[in-house]
Write a protein that binds this ligand. Structure first.
Ligand SMILES: Cc1cc2nc3c(=O)[nH]c(=O)nc-3n(C[C@H](O)[C@H](O)[C@H](O)COP(=O)(O)OP(=O)(O)OC[C@H]3O[C@@H](n4cnc5c(N)ncnc54)[C@H](O)[C@@H]3O)c2cc1C
Length: 390
């Protein structure tokens, strides 16, 4: 049976997030976009409202909510401000390797503090010389006694300048590609870890993005998630769980852009009528709605599969690529509806356009998602019409 209805708890979470977005984010969105400051006050309020860290298991003091719940929440926040959403959700990204790959002691030690006070977590695979090719990472680790000694650099780390811990992926010295990838929880106050200045960006300006440098950073082996050298699948499982949420980011941003464009089209006049009466504008808005609905269905399916404990890798890639590409088109068409005014900083639509682009890049570019889907289709996909076309 197929049922798209949400539970009472989900509707209540969605409403709470929507009210928070309207009351606490929209009024300060432009301010933080202009200043590039990290919006601690917004995150403090989000923490108090129970909108952060929602996927931490109940056993560790969290709400134990699922990926679909997370998608419902972030869609509302992203409809108000994609940049603020990136740093808000980053905790779930940083915590996911611990939730998926940590032992009970690690989960308790690392996750419970997030339920007690506001703090941030980051996730680090990317490096200055590598992003898409995760197996090509060059940050190294060697085991010395009961410690892991890490050397290298990580690039583009969201919230790296404000986080307490980082779920960091590196490789055992002397190993190549997928073999040797190791996941370890690195407290940011560790000696030898230096954190760069915020990287200036085109959009998502309220989100903190930095480079990390590790010089003989010594971390106890008890912080390693799983066995040293065995963590490549953990990185991929983490992405499969977080990519639906990026799809939901894009759905939220697209919904915001669509609603903004509709409101403008109803007011702006050309050729003696509101432009909303022109079929060219109506068709653009119809396309936005079609893309939003399709993207959200795919996103929810990818999230639902993850919550069922299935391997949702391919659906997550379909959702991430489709929703973020659709989101980019919607932001572009919405700006087009604003005409020249859309190209000014007087209207929020230019911000949504700048913010939309990042969705096609982080957590695996649109090309990488197609690579994952294409590889699956040509190797593991079982044709419905088995042998009919062979
Ligand atoms: C604001 C921001 C925040 C980020 N936050 C984080 C974070 O918190 N943690 C983290 O680890 N990383 C983070 N990233 C990094 C992000 O995940 C990478 O930028 C992304 O994965 C792409 O890697 P790259 O930039 O090295 O591009 P590259 O891998 O160099 O790719 C360049 C281009 O080549 C294409 N390409 C590469 N390989 C293939 C292929 N096989 N087939 C077809 N096309 C290909 C790509 O799609 C892209 O268009 C962030 C990035 C940004 C900009």
């Amino acid at each position: 049976m197929i049922d798209f209805s949400l539970s009472e708890e989900q509707i209540s979470l969605q409403k709470k997030a929507r009210n928070f977005a309207i009351n606490e984010i929209i009024p300060v969105s432009r301010k933080y976009d202009l200043s590039g400051e990290f919006p601690y006050d917004v995150y403090n309020k989000a923490f108090e409202a129970g909108l952060l860290n929602i996927t931490i298991p109940k056993e560790n003091g969290g709400l134990g909510l699922g990926i679909l719940d997370s998608c419902l929440l972030v869609e509302e926040i992203a409809a108000a401000d994609p940049g603020i959403t990136t740093s808000l959700f980053c905790n779930s990204l940083g915590q996911e390797p611990i939730i998926l790959g940590g032992n009970e002691e690690q989960k308790e030690r690392f996750l419970r503090p997030f339920t007690e006070e506001l703090q941030f977590a980051s996730f680090a695979t990317s490096e200055p010389g590598m992003g898409s090719d995760v197996a090509g990472m060059s940050t190294t680790a060697r085991v010395e006694g009961d410690e892991l000694v890490i050397n290298g650099r990580k690039m583009w780390i969201t919230n790296g300048g404000v986080s307490k811990i980082i779920s960091l992926f590196c490789r055992l010295e002397g190993t190549k590609r997928h073999k040797g990838v190791t996941a370890v929880v690195v407290p940011t106050e560790t000696a030898g870890l230096s954190i760069g200045k915020p990287i200036p960006k085109m959009g998502h300006k309220a989100s903190n993005t930095v480079m990390l440098r590790m010089e003989d950073v010594r971390i106890p082996l008890e912080n390693v998630l799983g066995e040293p050298g065995q963590a490549f699948p953990l990185a991929m499982q983490t992405f499969a769980h977080t990519r639906p949420t990026i799809g939901a980011f894009a759905c939220g941003m697209a919904r915001g852009a669509m609603e903004y464009a509709i409101a403008y089209a109803k007011k702006r006049k050309a050729f003696e009528t509101e432009i909303a009466n022109l079929q060219a504008i109506q068709f653009m808005i119809a396309e936005m709605k079609m893309h939003y609905e399709a993207a959200r269905l795919l996103t929810w399916k990818a999230a639902w599969e993850a919550d069922k404990g299935w391997d949702n890798t391919v659906t997550a890639s379909c959702a991430k690529a489709f929703a973020t590409d659709s989101g980019m088109k919607t932001a572009s068409d919405a700006l087009q509806i604003f005409g020249g005014y859309g190209y000014t900083t007087n209207y929020l639509i230019e911000k949504l356009f700048r913010d939309a682009k990042l969705y096609q890049i982080y957590e695996g570019t649109s090309q990488v998602q197609r690579m994952i889907i294409g590889r699956f289709m040509l190797s593991k996909y079982i044709p419905v019409f088995d042998k009919v076309f062979s």
